[in-house]
Ligand binder design. Structure first.
Ligand code: PGA
Length: 251
């Protein structure tokens, strides 16, 4: 049985004061013991969040890492080993905002994935199609390509030690959620692609859904057989809402 996971991506939100408030409210949430819960603050606040959530069963992750593992001369970047040193256990790689707005290629994403694992982090590999690609009937092809590049660089066994997040770009921050059936179709295709290489990896890999998940739609999404939890953006900035999503994943 795969353990459910709910991950909160805070994106570029927060001030020291608002982060203090959010972590305070998260710390008193009733979180289910059968769900892995993680939050991904802006890197500026990682230290603050690690301290504020010490002793709580909430893991902390980075939103991005460099393609190289070790620290070095790379202005503005953060090495995966530095995230580990700061107290992170996970890192997002290939979020669509980085792919589309900041121009990260499949190749760069695959290098970041590898760098994350080399440092001992669990990468959450984000994949997803744009609205144009969906309307052109290219959804499954796009996702297969995004996943294939990572498999080519790191090998299929590496996927079982990571997490995959399917996030249709058209559903991110738009209030438009994929229906549970639309999401399940893609999740199943991802699992089939993995199974074609290694059946055990396919069974073991957690595949999260992301894109306008809220407490009100979480249970239906998480009820699908290949959806193992969620990657939550906007709703993760509200501790009560996030807590409710975590509880939906646990039931
Ligand atoms: P959203 O973002 O929940 O605000 O749609 C999800 C994400 O981008 O990870």
């Amino acid at each position: 049985m795969r353990r459910a996971m709910v991950a909160g991506n805070w994106k570029m939100h927060g001030t020291r004061a608002s982060v203090c408030e959010l972590t305070g409210a998260l710390a008193v949430q009733d979180l289910p013991a059968n769900v892995d819960v993680a939050v991904f603050p802006p890197s500026l606040f990682i230290g603050q969040v690690v301290e504020a959530l010490a002793g709580k069963s909430i893991a902390i992750g980075g939103q991005n890492c460099a393609t190289q593992v070790e620290q070095g001369a790379l202005t503005g970047e953060i090495a995966s080993s530095q995230l580990v040193d700061a107290g992170c256990e996970l890192v997002l790689v290939g979020h669509s905002e980085r792919r589309l707005i900041l121009g990260e290629s499949d190749q760069v994403v695959a290098q970041k994935f590898a760098a994350a694992q080399l440092a001992g982090l669990v990468p959450i590999l984000c994949v997803g199609e744009t609205l144009e690609q969906r309307e052109a009937g290219e959804t499954l092809q796009v996702i297969a390509r995004q996943l294939a590049v990572v498999i080519r660089v790191s090998g299929v066994a590496a996927i079982a030690k990571a997490v995959v997040a399917y996030e249709p770009v058209w559903a991110i921050g738009t209030g438009l959620t994929a229906t549970p059936e639309q999401a399940q179709e893609v999740h199943q295709a991802i699992r089939r692609q993995l199974a074609a290489e290694d059946a055990e990896v396919a069974q073991a890999t957690r595949i999260l859904y992301g894109g306008s998940v809220k407490a009100a739609n979480a249970a239906d999404l998480f009820g699908m057989p290949d959806i193992d939890g969620g990657l939550i953006g906007g709703a993760s900035l509200n501790a009560n809402e996030f807590g409710a999503i975590c509880r939906a994943a646990g039931s």
